[in-house]
Design a protein around this ligand. Structure first.
Ligand SMILES: Cc1cc2nc3c(=O)[nH]c(=O)nc-3n(C[C@H](O)[C@H](O)[C@H](O)COP(=O)(O)O)c2cc1C
Length: 215
């Protein structure tokens, strides 16, 4: 595949990205960028392609205020242009696998019969006694989170991944508690405030030799 971006441009975006602590609440993400960011979530890979997630874009200011209180009062929850809660399935059951198979068959113009082997393999996997549903679905959502953070940085949009939150309180506020999904984490997106001094912090990273081993 032809490269879409130079290494230099990629590295520049990676270095400019930082966990934004203070957003400029007067700056909003455009509809075009919002669409691209949501596509980065929808197109993110997941194990087996099962997509055991729902991304909740919270636009209601009153709900954002409540969520802020349930996220250790982190200002990003209210002040960022966009706030997306990552929720994942509590249980991956056979019906969900069947839904995915039916959708794949339709999209690819195949019969569900042709995908029966794939379906059985996944059903056996999720029904095996050792399968830890929530641990597995949570892992998938972090991949989507990475895709969103990188996509945002390539579009010049700032972000902050947020894991310091009370998932039980989030579930109550979002009305998830009796449904199939549960809150895992969130990402605030928008544009940094000029007052955010943390934007100037030099990245604290181990050296390449410490984190990469070539054998
Ligand atoms: C999964 C995850 C959860 C995080 N949760 C929070 C959070 O709740 N609040 C926050 O201010 N930063 C949070 N961060 C940001 C990290 O602290 C930050 O990425 C790290 O210190 C490296 O700094 P940098 O992203 O600015 O390079 C989180 C990052 C990740 C990847």
């Amino acid at each position: 595949m032809k490269a879409q971006i130079t290494s230099g441009a990629l590295l520049e975006s990676l270095n400019q990205r930082y966990a934004t602590k203070q957003f400029d609440s007067t700056k909003q993400i455009s509809e075009e960028h919002e669409h691209a960011l949501l596509e980065s979530l929808r197109l993110a890979p997941s194990s087996f392609g099962l997509q055991p997630w729902k991304f909740i874009v919270v636009k209601n200011p009153a709900v954002r205020k409540e969520l802020r209180a349930a996220a250790w009062n982190q200002s990003q929850v209210e002040e960022a242009s966009h706030f997306i809660v990552f929720s994942t399935l509590k249980q991956v059951d056979s019906d969900f696998v069947k839904k995915y198979i039916a959708s794949t068959a339709e999209i690819r113009g195949m019969s569900t019969e042709a995908l029966k082997g794939y379906e059985d393999m996944m059903v056996n996997f999720v029904n095996s006694g050792s399968f830890e549903h929530l641990q597995w679905t949570r892992r998938q959502s972090y991949i989507a989170m990475g895709f969103l953070g990188l996509s945002a940085s390539l579009l010049g949009i700032d972000s902050c991944m947020i894991e310091w939150l009370d998932p039980t309180a989030f579930d109550t506020i979002l009305g998830l508690e009796n449904g199939p999904y549960t809150s895992v984490a969130a990402v605030a997106l928008g544009y940094r405030s000029e007052a955010d001094g943390t934007a100037n912090y030099v990245k604290s990273r181990f050296t390449m030799d410490e984190v990469v081993q070539v054998i």
